[in-house]
Design a protein around this ligand. Structure first.
Ligand SMILES: [Zn+2]
Length: 295
């Protein structure tokens, strides 16, 4: 058996409690029952949590999600609990999903959309990989200047260096493009493709179609109340899009298409817990002085 928290195999029996076998993990020191149905530190059955996330990200409101959960499981869960789960898990898995390395086609398509947060205009920037449909960068911003473009382009670059970068016809990306992607070596040159005229509309349509489900979803997003909570929700949507939704044309999630075998919220949450604990242990180990035994 693997540790429920950090996934280590270094697990031993640790007495009984309430008729249940308890275990202790020698790696992270967490104690737990052999209760694989519950996510670490959660009282509610993980199926209920995962179903709530799936329903919410498929476009239901928090209220409708609550109603569906009651219909399916006969369990009454408050709207604020669902709200709490959506935000908690979007935040928890972010660090973990950022650490993953998808195998991408390197043909990135970039654009921004105007969205409203509490009635105020904001920009949602996103860069998507052409063949896998994986969203490699996203950001919610107040302004639309080079500074923001640089942040998004850097995020995309950190995933994988593109071979081609598609934008609309405008030259407003000049500065950001040159700062982030310029290289003196021809082998790492990034081709910048600015779509103009009729051909642009065609190329645009291909990527728009590939991407339309996600766009449709966040355009009708509810609960964009303030910037901080909107950022968390959009992170959650991007994670859901990349890892949990099968793309109709490829019959896979973008992550699966990019060679990452993580399927759905349950696995994401479990892996994210393990990722976090392992990171904490790593940090402790590096800080603690190494004890040298004297002979
Ligand atoms: Zn452990």
């Amino acid at each position: 058996m693997n540790c429920k928290y950090c996934k280590s195999e270094n697990v031993v029996k640790h007495g009984m409690r309430a008729g249940l076998q308890r275990y202790i993990c020698k790696y992270c020191n967490h104690r737990f029952h052999d209760n694989q149905n519950n996510l670490p530190r959660m009282r509610n059955n993980s199926t209920v949590i995962v179903t709530s996330l799936n329903l919410y990200y498929s476009g239901l409101s928090m209220r409708k999600t609550r109603e569906q959960i009651e219909n399916i499981y006969g369990k009454s869960i408050s709207q604020s609990t669902i709200h709490y789960w959506v935000h908690k898990y979007a935040t928890l898995v972010k660090d973990y999903v950022t650490s993953l390395q998808p195998k991408l086609s390197g043909k990135y398509h970039h654009d921004e959309t105007e969205i409203k947060v509490d009635g105020e205009g904001r920009y949602f920037w996103e860069t998507i990989d052409q063949d896998t449909r994986f969203i490699v960068a996203h950001l919610l911003t107040e302004n639309r200047t080079s500074e923001e473009a640089i942040k998004v382009f850097k995020q995309a670059l950190e995933k994988q260096r593109p071979i081609a970068f598609f934008t609309d016809g405008s030259f407003s990306y000049n500065d950001a493009f040159n700062k982030v992607f310029w290289s003196r070596y021809s082998a790492s040159k990034v081709e910048w493709v600015r779509r103009v005229g009729i051909r642009a509309r065609e190329t645009n349509q291909i990527i728009e179609r590939k991407h339309s489900t996600f766009k449709m979803r966040y355009k009708v997003m509810r609960g964009l109340k303030n910037d901080e909570s909107s950022k968390e929700l959009l992170d959650g949507y991007v994670t859901d899009y990349n890892f949990c939704r099968k793309h109709q044309s490829i019959k896979k999630t973008p992550a699966q298409e990019a060679g990452i075998n993580v399927n759905g919220w349950k696995e994401l949450i479990e892996n994210a817990h393990a990722h976090k604990i392992n990171k904490e242990i790593q940090i402790k180990k590096e800080v603690e002085p190494i004890k040298v035994k004297s002979k």
